[in-house]
Write a protein of this length. Sequence first.
Length: 232
Amino acid sequence: MTVSIHPIRGLPEIEAGDDLAGMLANAIAVAGLGPEAGDVLVVTHKVVSKAEDSVTTITDDNDYRRVVDEQAVEVLRRRGDLVIARTRHGFICANAGVDRSNTKPGTAVLLPTRPDRSAHRLRQSLSRLTGIDLPVVVTDTFGRPWRRGLVDVAIGVSGIEAILDLRGTADTHGRELRATEIAIVDEIAAAADLVMGKSAGIPAALIRGLSAPRGDGRAADLIRPASEDLFR
């Protein structure tokens, strides 16, 4: 399997109410990328949130901290201005996903209210516009316990399985795999970020050649239930 990752350039600054699907379809066409059957579209949540008006005004650092506390349903740790919180979606992330980067001064971008639904609506609109059923992965950047550095992960999914469950299959030596579940949409999100970056102004990428299983996966499938959490 050979996989290629194509940045989707040329999108303007997204505003509330913009036709994001139409903008993406046009940018994909202008880039000569089709789309083609089997492609997967990866989109940063910021453009989704902006189009859905999940943006708030902030005046200073105190105002920012207030918004973070409002978006958190549980604060797990605090260190200075850093808050590790659980959001209403169930995500564990820094500052409840409230982000001041790549947005207009005096504003902060919130997570989409229902990111799986956002991904599904975007997929439906793109299907109507392009004639291709294009799975969509909406991403955000998370830190990771016990490892330094950030990585993009899936927070919204439509048209593709979120987890590749290999339990019950055999490894190369014939031993049964009993616990192996691959977070394939997180791998897709991280791979796409290689061509999108954090300062390049490229909010989407098209992944081609990936034989990922199509299905009705959701990013919510990736959230570990509290009963399975060995550390909290």
